[in-house]
Design a protein around this ligand. Structure first.
Ligand SMILES: [Zn+2]
Length: 252
């Protein structure tokens, strides 16, 4: 995971906050059961990516055994991964009927977007105050990848995600990280379902350059304001595409 490789313990940078939790990573991989947990974490990341990128589409049946074979992991990590995905509304379990990839509940779009619109600027504000030169150098390097020739929409989206991850991490608050990570993944899945063909991601990624300037200046107000506009315009695009598709839904 990005934050573990490049940034180490998030608590180190959260020392000025109320947090005194002794777990190590934002995703809590250190415990006596560390190995099982990191296998669960890996299985979770892989499954979630498959769901977000529609390799596992809404309505697809999930069979534990097949997934175990496919990912090459044991029963416990797969179970834990699926339970977590269920809590995050990516997976639905019907008693006696099994488990499947959740449909997109359009009525939840507003909840998703209004939460992101508040929390992303908030995390960005904290990032402007707590982030380091190392964070902004990493963001700058990610943005430089957009200048290569033939960068695809999916790659643009990955760069966008990296920029957000750097801000979540720099916010020094792992609760924000966990929440925004889940919300971004839900939004990402909508993007793959409704927008992958039509969206202009270049523009969205360009907005991150101005955000980076504000972060580098340590200007919390400006950062929060730019991020709010950025998130709202992305979500407005998704909302528009979903609304347009409602007459002929792609999935339930
Ligand atoms: Zn973005």
């Amino acid at each position: 995971m990005y934050q573990d490789e490049s940034y180490g313990s998030i608590e180190a940078r959260a020392s000025t906050t109320f947090m005194t939790i002794s777990n190590s990573s934002p995703n809590g991989n250190s415990s006596p059961n560390g190995e099982t947990e990191s296998k669960s974490e890996l299985a979770y990341q892989q499954l979630r990516t498959m769901i977000v990128q529609l390799d596992l589409a809404p309505g697809d049946v999930l069979r534990e055994e097949e997934l175990r074979d496919q990912l090459g992991v044991g029963r416990t990590p797969i179970r834990e991964a699926l339970q977590r995905l269920q809590r995050e509304h990516f997976v639905t379990v019907l008693p006696r009927r099994g488990m499947y990839v959740s449909g997109i509940d359009v009525s939840e779009l507003s909840m998703l977007f209004e939460t992101r619109a508040v929390l992303e600027p908030y995390a960005a504000r904290l990032a402007a105050l707590r982030g380091t030169d190392q964070d902004w150098a990493a963001m700058s390097a990610a943005l430089d990848r957009t200048t290569r020739k033939g960068v695809s929409k999916v790659e643009h989206l990955a760069i966008d995600r990296t920029c957000h991850e750097i801000m979540w991490n720099a916010s020094g608050n792992r609760f924000l990280w966990d929440t925004l990570d889940t919300l971004y993944a839900q939004s990402d899945r909508l993007w793959h379902l409704y927008l992958a063909e039509v969206a202009n991601m270049e523009h969205a990624v360009e907005e991150h350059r101005a955000i980076l300037d504000a972060l580098t200046d340590g200007d919390a107000e400006q950062t929060a304001s730019l991020v709010e506009t950025h998130v709202q315009s992305f979500d407005a695009q998704v909302r528009e595409a979903v609304t347009a598709r409602l007459a002929a839904p792609l999935a339930q």
